[in-house]
Design a protein around this ligand. Structure first.
Ligand SMILES: Cc1ncc(COP(=O)(O)O)c(C=O)c1O
Length: 390
């Protein structure tokens, strides 16, 4: 029998990184204490009890078992549009919003609209691995835009301009960033918008972590100019802000021309997002505003605690931190990042992700999702790091 072949694009795509990193901890025997898992960006506290009650209530209703609108139910689209209008002090309407089954799918579907196989998208590197994987499996080239530690990992629009050729269709920004945590200044985002306008490109801004910025000023001014609808695509995730990653709810915010093409992709790839979480979240956007603000403070405390905890460590350098993540440079004497992450997990019970998961040139870095850990757990991280090589 001839074994049928599988898509070359999918075969070329990287393995799922988080399960791979977790296998390294299988050898850990527990001598340093309970394992500390800082691999995946998951909220380290439970969802609000009223959200859970409303989810259960909605899930028990026959209507929520049926298909819904392909672009999501009106209640959540309206609630998110009002939330964005408030957060960015600029009018965004429900017609601009499509609800998706999570933000990863939002990115994959947006990428399908933005670029055809053989075309390219600029991704600041280090990048979010699932963005690169979504492009790879579509046959779209993820072209790295290298970011430098000395710039705080803020991408440089001039360097981006030099990488644009006729195959490039879009530039992707993530702010607050995964993996570095860097929050991009609004002026830099505005310069990327100007570059995209000038060169006829889409600007896709993934703001999964926007509710964890330490302040409540508008993250950028893109929505203030109505022409954003011609070239900006904004992505949002309910996973982290409402602690419901398992319910898979995200959003694409874009103008009518983009949304019209997106509808074909939404219909084909999701049919509709899950109904019960949409109903519960439509209440939560306003109903849990104070709770969300409280979580912003928890995250700021964890960030400060992490910064304090690693400061005295000889040789380790905290090159960036923010949102959910710390991006830690290895001491010169440490083995390459993948070996270091393997040793930390297997021998010292500290699970992190190595820089090479986040694209080229990251071999001296580890990403630690400190958001997952409470303050006592964060305080235990330096002892595990300093045990490396002993
Ligand atoms: C930048 C970024 N976008 C999207 C996602 C995925 O979010 P969701 O759970 O909504 O698919 C993540 C999750 O880690 C992320 O870091």
């Amino acid at each position: 029998m001839t074994i049928p072949s599988l898509s070359a694009c999918v075969r070329r795509t990287a393995e799922p990184p988080i399960p791979l990193a977790r296998t390294w901890s299988a050898a850990y025997t527990g001598e340093a204490g309970p394992p500390i898992d800082l691999t995946q960006a998951v909220p380290g506290y439970p969802p609000h009890p009223e959200l859970l009650a409303r989810l259960a209530e909605a899930a028990g209703q026959a209507w929520s078992a049926g298909y819904g609108a392909i672009e999501g139910d009106a209640g959540l689209r309206e609630a998110l549009a009002a939330d964005i209008t408030r957060c960015y002090a600029a009018p965004v309407g429900a017609a601009d919003v499509a609800i998706t089954a999570g933000c990863n799918l939002a990115f994959a579907m947006a990428a399908t609209v933005l670029a055809a196989p053989g075309e390219a998208v600029l991704l600041p590197a280090p990048w979010y691995f699932n963005h690169a994987m979504a492009l790879d499996m579509r046959g779209v080239t993820a072209r790295p835009l290298p970011c430098r530690a000395e710039d705080g990992f803020v991408p440089d629009p001039d360097r981006a301009a030099a990488l644009i050729d006729e195959t490039v269709r879009a530039i992707v920004l993530i702010t607050p960033n995964n993996p570095t945590g860097t929050i991009y200044p609004p002026e830099v985002i505005a310069r990327f918008a100007a570059l995209c306008c000038d060169r006829g490109l889409w600007l896709l801004v993934d703001e999964t972590y926007r509710d964890f910025r330490p302040d409540t000023t508008a993250p950028h001014g893109l929505f203030a100019d109505p022409s954003w609808r011609d070239f900006v695509v904004h992505l949002y995730s309910f996973s982290k802000a409402y602690c419901v990653p398992g319910h898979r709810v995200g959003a694409v915010v874009a103008g009518p021309a983009f949304r019209a093409e997106l509808d074909k992709v939404l219909d084909t790839l999701q049919i509709c997002p899950s109904r019960a979480p949409q109903a519960a979240l439509a209440w939560a956007v306003e109903g849990l505003r104070r709770w969300r603000d409280g979580n912003r403070e928890i995250m700021a405390e964890r960030a400060a605690a992490f910064r304090r905890a690693v400061a005295p460590l000889a040789g380790w350098q905290l090159d960036a931190l923010g949102g959910y993540f710390a991006y830690l440079r290895l001491p010169d004497w440490a083995p390459p990042a993948t070996d270091t992450a393997g040793e930390l997990a297997a021998r010292h019970g500290l699970m992190t992700l190595p820089g090479p998961f986040f694209g080229p040139g990251q071999d001296r870095y580890l990403r630690l999702a400190f958001a997952n850990a409470d303050l006592p757990t964060i305080a235990g991280v330096p002892a595990r790091l300093s045990a490396l090589g002993k």
